[in-house]
Design a protein around this ligand. Sequence first.
Ligand SMILES: Nc1ncnc2c1ncn2[C@@H]1O[C@H](COP(=O)(O)OP(=O)(O)OP(=O)(O)O)[C@@H](O)[C@H]1O
Ligand SMILES: CC(C)(CO)[C@@H](O)C(=O)[O-]
Ligand code: BAL
Length: 448
Amino acid sequence: MTSHSEILPALRPVLLAPIFINRTYLQPYSCFILKNPQQKVSWLLLAYSLRAAIESPRWLLMVQNIPYFVYLRADNMPSKASARVTTMISLAIRRLAAPPLPRTIASTKRAPRETIPATPIKVLRTVDAVRKWRKPHVLDHRIVGLVPTMGALHEGHLSLIRAAARESHHVVVSIYVNPAQFGIKEDLASYPVTSLAELDRELADDGGNLGRISAVFAPTTSEMYPSGFPGQEVDSKGSFVVMTPVSELLEGRTRPTFFRGVATVCMKLFNIVQPEKVYFGQKDVQQTVVIRNMVRDFMLPIDVVVGPTSREPDGLALSSRNVYLGKRRRKVATVLNRALRAAEEQYLNGVLDRETILKAANSVAVDTLNEQMALDPHERVKYEVDYISLADPSTMQEVTEVDPKAGGILSGAVKMLPVESPQSGEDLGHSGGPAVRLIDNIVLKPSA
Ligand SMILES: Nc1ncnc2c1ncn2[C@@H]1O[C@H](COP(=O)(O)OP(=O)(O)OP(=O)(O)O)[C@@H](O)[C@H]1O
Ligand SMILES: CC(C)(CO)[C@@H](O)C(=O)[O-]
Ligand code: BAL
């Protein structure tokens, strides 16, 4: 055992050593663990202490109360602790791969910061706070991944955050319910917001990740619209990013200001956070096309990553809107996915012609509605099909035949109407079960 004053100067170079020896960065037998034998601190706590210490620009100050460091082989550890400890150390080592922060930044006094309860995730509420947080990571060549959300987190969002954590040193999750993308009569007020603490713990324990959620950006509307919120009407005046013709198609027909709102707020988020990578879900396929076009046409130095659609076991695409369905409508809500899958089956069987492919989807939608209409009003569910589309994957324009080299996108939207004759005590879903508009899509992969 050695006193901390002797070992501290040596700790950083020694921890850096495995990075140069092995590009996987993880050499379990090279792990250093802090140990305080007098206080019998747990292995996990010790690993957390080490990680917190070396992640901090002021790590020397943070470890000053720990009296001893002991060098241990990881295979000497109790097996249960070993995996988690090794993971944490490996993350710490990866972070050391970048050059140390310049002295001026390292010695900057920090103001007390808001965090997500029980996590180290910072909550940043202003553009200025994000810029201050971002600056050292630019100098430090750290990859920042942004996951824009509206906060009602479900497994779909979590899968995007996981993907971001694999590829980015710092994940920023933005939580902003953007009023500009909701029409005046849409369901903005009832958007729920949930916590990230559990996911943070999971990411911390997974050695496959490059980073974790470093910050949540949760701005106010006055912060996002410094000249004042321009309004939600089609002819509202203000600074907008307009992506035509893609934003006029499909979803844009029913929601004429939707993609203008999405593109505008995403441009703002990209400019504020300056991510290297941004993560969007396949569930909102037209949104991904709008974002890809925007990045390309405005020369934004950003990689757009699209994560697959997360689904319930019966195929229903996860959506924050599903909580409004209630039990009766939830069962029938799979109709859209079933219809799209029937159409996909045609394509997988070699059919390329639009009429035949879409006929399969429309039959499922019509047959299901007929079955429902045969039931009593207190049992049945009614819905309206807004559209079922077969489109080109890069433009979302309808196609008369799938080009097997390009593939296609089957997409649709259905409006689940409020239930008739609700029974006493019936689960109608949140907010009394308003009409719920659901969307879904399937990618027809190129086959030639
Ligand atoms: N089921 C899903 N699978 C993968 N990604 C998803 C899924 N649902 C949403 N996302 C993605 O999460 C990001 C944030 O979406 P958002 O916060 O609007 O959630 P949402 O569930 O799509 O809400 P809603 O369905 O009410 O529009 C978007 O990129 C969206 O495409
Ligand atoms: C991308 C987004 C967060 C922009 O407000 C929103 O459209 C969404 O949640 O998909
Ligand atoms: N997931 C897209 C957000 C919206 O429907 O407004």
